[in-house]
Write a protein that binds this ligand. Structure first.
Ligand SMILES: Cc1ncc(COP(=O)(O)O)c(C=O)c1O
Length: 299
């Protein structure tokens, strides 16, 4: 799975701190915290059928992440929403769009780690691109990474931050293994998530996913559990080993960028569906309906 340049994104306008810039002129300062220390938080959102899907949930997570990192001068929710709307309107985007929303600690007066050097408030970036879901819907292949996913003892994964190097190292392992993504374990060897998505298994009709200890509490993950419960499917969160994934009937990953995608192989083991209950297909049908009918209307 390697994304390609989409020529429709050649002339997009990017929002940075109150102004829209053409793609090639969209830059932040070398003094920005994102350059100096990856000191930022972010969200990936999708636009379907004239609506921004789960906008408020994404803004809740962005605001909570910024608060946890003690950012100063955080823009209001209304300002962030207005920036997103302005960007989509300027690009005439209403469907098939992915938004990368970034909030950094802002510019520093001189290079250095200390947040007291940040005196100008946050930097807000809205990057909206034409982008279809990124994974092959016939199923992806995973390899277990040697890099562990951060838990609260190091850097709590409940902060959706831009320090992505452990995920990137895991992705490099997946690239060398010639597969799509990497499965990351927690410090005790239980499955956390992949380098870019949350992960679910189905065994005998029961939907299971790792407890959100060392994984991002994904918005798609939450929605999938809600949909399943409403559809009468039993849902369990717990500690799951890689072997439990190898021997499941269905495995799938979830995330805004790639939606719901089946996993067909982990570490060379094929996922063999013995029960044919079609749990992913049932959930996916309801998910698809929600993306078409729910979300905040773009004015
Ligand atoms: C590491 C990781 N896991 C899971 C997800 C999926 O989260 P969501 O469903 O909120 O897009 C993301 C998305 O940013 C991610 O970076």
């Amino acid at each position: 799975m390697l994304q390609k340049f989409d020529p429709r994104n050649e002339n997009i306008q990017v929002f940075i701190n109150g102004k829209l810039y053409p793609r090639d002129a969209a830059r932040v300062s070398v003094f920005d915290s994102i350059v100096q220390g990856g000191d930022g938080v972010w969200e990936g959102l999708r636009v379907y059928n004239g609506r921004i899907f789960c906008l408020d949930k994404h803004l809740d997570r962005l605001m909570n992440s910024a608060h946890a990192l003690d950012f100063k001068g955080i823009p209001s929710r209304e300002d962030v929403k207005s920036a997103i709307f302005q960007t989509l309107q300027a690009n005439q985007m209403r469907d098939g769009v992915h938004i990368r929303l970034t909030l950094t600690r802002g510019e520093k007066i001189t290079s250095g780690m200390d947040p007291r050097l940040n005196t100008k408030g946050c930097t807000l970036i809205v990057l909206a691109e034409w982008k279809s879901p990124v994974y092959d819907q016939s199923g992806i292949r995973l390899v277990t990474s040697s890099i562990r996913r951060n838990g609260p003892q190091f850097l709590d994964s409940k902060i959706h931050h831009n320090n992505l190097l452990n995920n990137i190292l895991a992705k490099i392992e997946a690239n060398f293994a010639g597969v799509d993504d990497a499965l990351m374990l927690d410090q005790d060897g239980f499955v956390a998530e992949t380098n870019a998505t949350n992960v679910f298994l189905v065994k005998n009709g029961v939907l299971q996913t790792p407890t959100a200890v060392a994984c991002l509490p994904g918005i798609t993950r939450g929605l999938v559990m809600e949909i399943a419960r409403q559809a009468g499917i039993e849902v369990r969160e717990g500690r799951l080993s890689v072997v439990e994934f190898y021997t499941s009937d269905e495995v799938f990953v979830t995330g805004t960028m790639g939606e719901l995608t089946p996993v067909r192989e982990i570490d060379g083991r094929l996922i063999q569906d013995r029960t044919k209950k079609g749990v992913l297909a049932r959930i996916n049908q309801i998910f698809r309906l929600k993306t078409e009918t729910e979300g905040e209307l773009i004015p």
